[in-house]
Design a protein around this ligand. Structure first.
Ligand code: SF4
Ligand code: ZN
Length: 315
């Protein structure tokens, strides 16, 4: 989904800083490291494990629902969690939203099915068209805002139906920095936390890739030869991601600065309340947690049922 990530896997001759072998190595400027491919795979999974443990993201015996889009980030997360689940005693399950965008969504689903079957992970597919929903511009909402609202709400509901206590999203280091910067530009001094505790009908929400530069997700997928869905969504626009280029430039000038910036921001910004838009109560119609009388999905469902007429517009 992201145009700012360069082709990731550049292999050069050198000495692996982890195992010491003189061989082909990858340069991880983000961590000031040169590592051979097998050590990279262990390094990548160990970093995710460290984030899981540091923030108590997942307990033993828990089921973790992973939202899988088919892109590099959620694919890397899904495979890494599958492998870590074996040693840490939790069980990942996958959830994919078929976004009813014709052939694009069908091809996307095929890749996700292949990913899950190769990982041996159960997959649940939710066809939003069957729920009377679509991704499109609705008064006051961009298509991406509609898409995000649908996915956020249904992800929690479906995860609960799948018996998951935890929902995991593939937000990366750059996503967190982007959120933080957009907040700072409007004098909002808060940083998204790595874990949102459960409550008000919402499962615990975790971000295991919180400290992971997205380039490394692509490296991981390439080295494990995982299929990735690389088509751009018809609604994708570079505008929403343009600020990420600032981070890429900063990283080029000062290697590892993205991670250092995040660690610094964690010390000075508040982690309180991010992404929780006030207290939740059950939606009057479907009972899902909502900050308004009707949840976003019920409001959007009404809108589409009326053929997009203005009465009762989602707002
Ligand atoms: Fe949804 Fe927008 Fe992403 Fe497309 S680009 S999948 S509409 S959030
Ligand atoms: Zn509802």
């Amino acid at each position: 989904m992201d145009a700012t990530v360069p082709e990731a896997v550049k292999i050069v001759e050198g000495r692996c800083r982890i195992c010491g072998a003189r061989t082909e190595v990858l340069r991880l400027t983000e961590f000031n490291l040169k590592v051979c491919p097998p050590c990279f795979l262990r390094f990548f999974e160990r970093r995710i494990r460290r984030a899981l443990e540091k923030h108590a993201m997942v307990g033993e015996g828990e089921r973790v629902a992973v939202a899988v889009s088919g892109g590099k980030d959620s694919t890397a997360l899904l495979y890494a969690l599958k492998r870590l689940g074996v040693v840490m005693g939790f069980e990942p399950v996958a959830l994919h939203f078929h976004l009813a965008m014709g052939g694009y969504s069908d091809r996307n689903l095929e890749v996700v099915k292949e990913q899950c079957s190769r990982a041996g992970i159960p997959l649940k597919v939710l066809l939003i068209g069957d729920l009377g929903l679509r991704v499109q511009r609705v008064k006051g909402w961009t298509p991406c805002a509609v898409c995000g609202a649908i996915k956020r709400s249904l992800f929690n509901r479906e995860a609960r139906k799948m018996g998951a206590q935890v929902v995991a999203t593939a937000h990366t280091l750059e996503d967190i920095l982007l959120f933080a910067f957009k907040n700072l530009l409007s004098r909002n001094f808060r940083l998204p936390p790595p874990v949102l505790p459960p409550g008000d009908g919402l499962a615990r929400k975790v971000k295991p890739l919180y400290y992971m530069p997205e380039r490394l997700n692509l490296v991981y997928c390439r080295l494990r030869e995982l299929p990735i869905f690389e088509e751009k969504c018809p609604f994708w626009s570079p505008h929403g991601h343009a600020l990420k280029e600032v981070f890429e430039h900063m990283e080029k000038v000062v290697p590892s600065s993205k991670l250092q910036l995040l660690l610094s921001l964690r010390e000075v910004l508040s982690l309180e309340g991010m992404t929780l838009s006030g207290p939740k109560s059950p939606c009057l119609r479907c009972g899902e947690p909502s900050s308004q009388p009707l949840c976003a999905v019920c409001q959007l469902g009404d809108w589409f049922l009326r053929g997009g007429r203005r009465t009762g517009d989602p707002s």
